[in-house]
Design a protein around this ligand. Structure first.
Ligand SMILES: NC(=O)C1=CN([C@@H]2O[C@H](COP(=O)(O)OP(=O)(O)OC[C@H]3O[C@@H](n4cnc5c(N)ncnc54)[C@H](O)[C@@H]3O)[C@@H](O)[C@H]2O)C=CC1
Ligand SMILES: CC(C)CC(=O)C(=O)O
Ligand SMILES: [Mg+2]
Length: 347
């Protein structure tokens, strides 16, 4: 385990800088004195785009490659045309650094606002494919802006890309007590991509007899996320379905302010990137209402990824304890939550 962490920080837009500040506060507090933390902030997002027209220049991409990991707040701002930063910065990073495993754990913490309060423990993880699918930008528009406009977005699913993320999901399922893998897709309609996914899962399943497998169409999966979430252990799915399902998973397990994620490059060729599931929340930016817990839990995923398991657990335990004492009638500010979590992890 490395005794130093060289971290790139991309605060980004909206509430991104607010929640990242708290994530860094907790990270500094949890690390023992003999682990050196070095952070480098990258000015990427709406401010930079307005100032220079740049989203993610090659020089920044090169510099980012050298870090151990990246902590990102959120990207996207109403002052920038939709898609410019999301595609030109966020997705460019995920694709360039081959973040094919988009890991999104969901746990029902005690005392959280959820329609599922009092249900048995909910503890599942979505393994969302991160580099293919409908997000690759394979499309176009003809007769743009006319009543005869035709627009296409074609989903790309390669045997290579599907197999590697399915293998990762099987490995994760095999390491968990329930050892269950559910593929979510829509292969009754999306027969080409759907059958590639289903056939891949069925083939790889032969190598994991200890893991039980299951299949759900995505529409039915949304029902069970709400009515029977305890049926899920590891879920593997494509980029779009995984994006949508994980906002729903957040909503039923305590709210979007608690949902953490990691964009993982399993081979370690490139730095993995950790970020809350939520976006830049322009509706609450600057008000101190953003919950930094999702970012703090993303820091725990980052530490686990870098081999600092004890510190990751300390953060998760601190979040559990803090949530247990939260009182919805007296909400705290972003910084107050960060301070409380930092104080807990510091012991
Ligand atoms: N990974 C990223 O950087 C993502 C970026 N986006 C971008 O963010 C911008 C806003 O997107 P939206 O669709 O509005 O999604 P959003 O996740 O930013 O906000 C949805 C709702 O959740 C609330 N919310 C989000 N995070 C919260 C937190 N930490 N604490 C309390 N409430 C929170 C917001 O106030 C809003 O009501 C867009 O530009 C979008 O493209 C959206 C999702 C992910
Ligand atoms: C802007 C999107 C690509 C990001 C998103 O919604 C997500 O990854 O959850
Ligand atoms: Mg999303």
């Amino acid at each position: 385990m490395a005794r130093s962490i060289d971290l790139a920080v991309i605060p980004g837009d909206g509430i991104g800088p607010e929640v990242v500040a708290e994530g860094l506060k907790v990270l500094s507090a949890v690390l023992p004195g003999d682990i050196k933390l070095e952070t480098t902030a990258y000015d990427l997002g709406a401010r930079r785009w307005h100032a220079t027209g740049e989203t993610l220049p090659d020089a920044d991409l090169e510099r980012l490659k050298a870090h151990d990991a990246i902590l990102l707040g959120a990207i996207g701002d109403p002052s920038v045309p939709s898609g410019v930063l999301e595609r030109g910065l966020l997705l460019k990073l995920r694709f360039a650094f081959d973040h094919y495993v988009n890991l999104r754990p969901s746990r029902l913490f005690p005392n959280t606002a959820t329609p599922l309060a009092g249900r048995p423990d909910i503890d599942f993880v979505v393994v969302r494919e991160g580099t293919e699918g409908l997000y690759v930008g394979n499309g176009g528009s003809m007769r743009t802006g006319t009543p005869a406009e035709v627009a296409t977005e074609v989903s790309i699913n390669t045997a290579y890309g599907v197999e590697r993320v399915v293998r990762d999901a099987f490995e994760r399922a095999a390491a968990r007590p329930a050892r269950k893998l559910t593929l979510v897709h829509k292969n009754n309609v999306l027969v080409h991509a759907g059958h590639l996914w289903k056939n891949t899962v069925d083939r790889i399943a032969q190598e994991y007899p200890q893991v039980s497998t299951d299949y759900l169409h995505v529409d039915a999966a949304t029902i069970f996320f709400v009515t029977q979430p305890e049926r899920f252990d590891v879920i593997v799915t494509d980029n779009l379905f995984g994006d949508i399902l994980t906002d729903l998973a957040a909503a039923v397990t305590g709210g979007i302010g608690l949902a953490a994620s990691g964009n993982i490059n399993p081979a370690g060729t490139f730095p993995s990137m950790f970020e809350p599931v939520h976006g830049s929340a322009p509706d609450i930016a600057g008000t101190g209402k953003a919950d930094p817990t999702a970012t703090v839990l993303s820091v725990a995923l980052l530490l686990r990824h870098l081999g600092h398991e004890a510190e990751a657990v300390r953060i998760e335990d601190a979040v559990s304890a803090d949530l247990a004492e939260r009182d919805a009638a007296t909400p705290r500010t972003t910084a107050q939550i960060g301070d409380a979590l930092a104080a807990r992890v510091a012991g």
